[in-house]
Design a protein around this ligand. Sequence first.
Ligand code: COA
Length: 382
Amino acid sequence: MQNSTPQPMTGHPVISSTGLFTPQDVITNEELVASFNAFVDLHNARNAEAIAAGEVEQLQHSSVEFIEKASGIKARHVMAKEPVLDPEIMAPRWEERPDDEISILAEIGVKAAEEALKRAGRDPKDVDAVLCAASNMQRPYPAMAVEIQDALGIDGFGFDMNVACSSATFGIQTAADYIRAGNAKSVLVVSPEITSGHLNWRDRDSHFIFGDVATAVLVEDAAVAPEQHWDILGTKLKTVFSNNIRNNFGFLNRAHPETEGAPDKLFVQEGRKVFKEVVPMVAQMILDEAERLDLDPTALRRLWLHQANAGMNRLIAHRVLGHEADADESPTVLDTYGNTSSAGSIIAFHKHSEDLADGDVGLICSFGAGYSAGTVFVRKVG
Ligand code: COA
């Protein structure tokens, strides 16, 4: 006898296209270090007596050589260069916009999303949902995703999700699950990252790490996707609690006004521990997922890894591919973008994927605070 219950319309998720917005302003390591060192000299001169009395710590200069050797970063894009480099400010600054004007985070998200829609030939009215997946939201509500949805003219729903540097891959799996379940055919995953707002530009250990950018990924049902697309072969997410990357900023700080604005209300990390703990965790996760998907990891055509540190990527790629990866196998955008949090692996994919051939298999992989990690194995079609 036939089952009379209606079956859900399940779909097969693919990546139809990506989009990228890059801010015009660039800060080189030389400019960054000159500004940081000017701040250090000012601090030390202003506090000379207290430093001599052992009451205030004497600050040390930063160095271009250290930054490049320790991280691989040579420059970064930012939304507001002047105030970041001003030793008396050292933070981004812009006019607060009225509520009837699009907010700055939504604006750059829309620019990236528009490029993704254009590249896929997709009309916004045919998109079902917008996920704003990023680690640096501008406000708690209304959701950034709903504002982006409105600006693009999409009739559907949107919500924000924050899994720090892994937000984009978590967003891709969430979008893929909507498609697999038949709840949507076209989902935009937008990652606007104005990381310059959470970076402590006065902290020698981390002032060089981050940059600003926005990316978008259009995840769709293969049935409606453009002829050329990326088949999503499998997605996997993992989280393990750690305090080694942390930011205590939040509206509950107002309950403790004396600690509002303290350094722990910005990005703080134990970089060495992160390096040591995350590399083996992510490499193993990739190998396990490749096995589950019956893929030979050594045959992967390209790895689009999270862009936090060149050394971490070198080690992870080596463990996965079984040999030292070259720039073609594991491209970097760290040198010119810095760490752009969740957007990093998507920028790498956006800029370094067009040359792949029909049937080539690659991996988009993110990792970061939480700890969190996400893998998206893809195969080029067309
Ligand atoms: N300029 C010059 N020297 C500096 C410096 C700077 N800006 N910052 C630190 N140093 C010095 C330190 O004082 C230390 O000196 P010492 O050996 O005399 O004590 C030395 O350089 C090494 O410092 P350390 O912090 O241990 O450097 P590192 O090699 O671990 O590199 C990171 C630092 C942050 C680049 C690296 O640990 C990293 O990228 N880790 C992973 C981070 C990550 O992925 N985070 C995710 C963020 S989302």
